[in-house]
Design a protein around this ligand. Structure first.
Ligand SMILES: Nc1ncnc2c1ncn2[C@@H]1O[C@H](COP(=O)(O)OP(=O)(O)OP(=O)(O)O)[C@@H](O)[C@H]1O
Ligand SMILES: [Mg+2]
Length: 197
C-alpha cells in the first residue's frame, strides 16, 4: 500500500509513477512518510540557514532547495513536474512561468512595489499556483517566501503556522487554503491578513 490517500485539504495527490519515486520501500503508513519527510526537511532548512550566497530568485536555487528538503525521500525531488495536477500550470510552462515570477519578484523588491510582507505573500501564492514539483510545493514555497523576505528585504520570516502543524487539517490550514483560493481569484486580502501584512 502506498500512503497516497488521506492527506489534508488542498494537498496534491501523487500519480503512480511519482509514488514509485519513494526511496524507502518499507514505508506503509502516512505517519511513517511524514516522519521521513520531516527529518529530511530539517536537513534542508539547515542547508538554507548555513548558505551564505545564492540568489533565491533563480530556478537553480529553487530546484536545489527542493532537492535539499525532499531528496532523501523522493527520487524526483528538485525536478520539475512532468504530469498535470489539479493545481498548477501545464508541465511545459513550469520553467517559463517560474522565470517570469523570479523576474517579477526582483522587480517588486527593486521598485518597492509592495510592502515586504505583501511581496512575500504574492511570491508565495504565485509559486504554489505554478506548482513546479510533484509534491512538497506548499512547504517549499513557504520557506522560499521567507528566504525572499530575508534576502531582498532583510525581514524576519512569516509565522505561517502560528504554532500549529500547517500540514495537518486545522482552522489555520483551512484559512490558509481559503486565502490561496481567494488569491487565485485576484483577491489578496485574506492572504495578506493571514501573513500579517
Ligand atoms: N487553490 C490553490 N491555489 C494555490 N495554491 C494552492 C491552492 N490549494 C492548495 N495550494 C497550495 O498547494 C499546496 C499543496 O501542494 P503540495 O502537496 O505539492 O505541497 P505540500 O508541501 O506537500 O503541502 P502541505 O505542506 O501544504 O501539506 C498547499 O500547501 C498550498 O500551498
Ligand atoms: Mg503534499
Amino acid at each position: 500500500m502506498f500512503p497516497n490517500s488521506g492527506g489534508p485539504e488542498g494537498a496534491t495527490p501523487l500519480d503512480p509513477d511519482e509514488a514509485r519515486g519513494l526511496k524507502h520501500k518499507h514505508v506503509t503508513t502516512r505517519g511513517e512518510l511524514d516522519e521521513l519527510e520531516q527529518a529530511n526537511m530539517q536537513l534542508g532548512v539547515a542547508w538554507l540557514t548555513r548558505k551564505r550566497n545564492g540568489d533565491v530568485l533563480t530556478l537553480e536555487f529553487l530546484r536545489k532547495f527542493h532537492d535539499r528538503l525532499f531528496g532523501e525521500v523522493w527520487r524526483w525531488a528538485g525536478r520539475f513536474r512532468l504530469t498535470e495536477k489539479n493545481i498548477g500550470v501545464a508541465p511545459s510552462q513550469v520553467a517559463v512561468q517560474l522565470q517570469a515570477l523570479c523576474d517579477d519578484a526582483r522587480f517588486w523588491a527593486e521598485n518597492a512595489t509592495w510592502p515586504p510582507r505583501e511581496a512575500a505573500a504574492r511570491f508565495h501564492h504565485r509559486l504554489v499556483q505554478i506548482h513546479p514539483f510533484p509534491n512538497g510545493n506548499g512547504r517549499h514555497a513557504r520557506f522560499a517566501a521567507d528566504e525572499y523576505l530575508k534576502q531582498y528585504f532583510g525581514q524576519p520570516p512569516i509565522d505561517w503556522a502560528t504554532g500549529v502543524n500547517l500540514q495537518a487539517d486545522s482552522a489555520r490550514r483551512t484559512a490558509y487554503i481559503a486565502a490561496l483560493r481567494a488569491a487565485d481569484g485576484g483577491d489578496y486580502g485574506p492572504l495578506l491578513a493571514f501573513v500579517g501584512a
